[in-house]
Write a protein that binds this ligand. Sequence first.
Ligand code: GLN
Length: 271
Amino acid sequence: MSASVSRRTFLGIAGGAVSVLGLAACGGNNDAESGDDANAASDDTSDKTYIVATDTTFAPFEFTNDANEFVGIDVDILAAIAADQGFTYELNSLGFDAAVAALESNQADAVIAGMSITEERLEKYDFSDPYYDSYVCAAAAEGGEVSSLENLNGMTVACKTGTQSASWAESIAEEYGFTITYFDTSDMMYQDVLTGNTAACFEDYPVMAYGVAQGNGLTIIGTDEEEYATPYGFAVMKGENPELIEMFNAGLANIRESGEYDEIVAKYLEA
Ligand code: GLN
């Protein structure tokens, strides 16, 4: 067991090194003067509208409710922090991988999407202070034949591209003998399991637990609460929009202090 843990840790470090190279190439392409002047456009923050990218379906953090409103813990926290700090923003619901791609291609200034603060990502992005603790899980159809990770031998599972839960699945695929198909959104992944195309899906625990409680037809069959336990943070590209991270952190501290943070979380989780 400890051998496989250290192998996964090693892969994590190797992945980080690849990310650094990717960033260097990307910075060269996007911004010829990536030195001190790179943020010239954002130096005057008073009338800037920040573009913030987010996921599409990741309840309770971001989702479209029955009244067709785009809501969630991330949506409300960002609104509360922006009101507290006096900045304006536009929230673009793109999907997780697409939100990160938008950030990397300068189509967005920041991402708030239940995005896990990982060692590997810290090489590429600056994160706010953590605002929510999370870990990963696997889920299968309720009442079906798959009730544990051991049942996945020889089967195909669904993962969401670019996520922590996908990284966990990749790290245990050989051990449990399953293969992986990738989806862009959580709802597509759940649907694939419900229709029986895939035997299970991998997801963040708070999101799956919320979905199960809402009766999404799935049941949790395994978790990783240690290696893949990572809090969520608000992200910008490394070295860019530092004032936005400062405002987010200051606003987060204020809404924690005032009780607004707890009210937001309770509104979704105790409804
Ligand atoms: N927390 C996970 C990650 O950062 C998944 C985020 C998401 O799917 N919106 O990889």
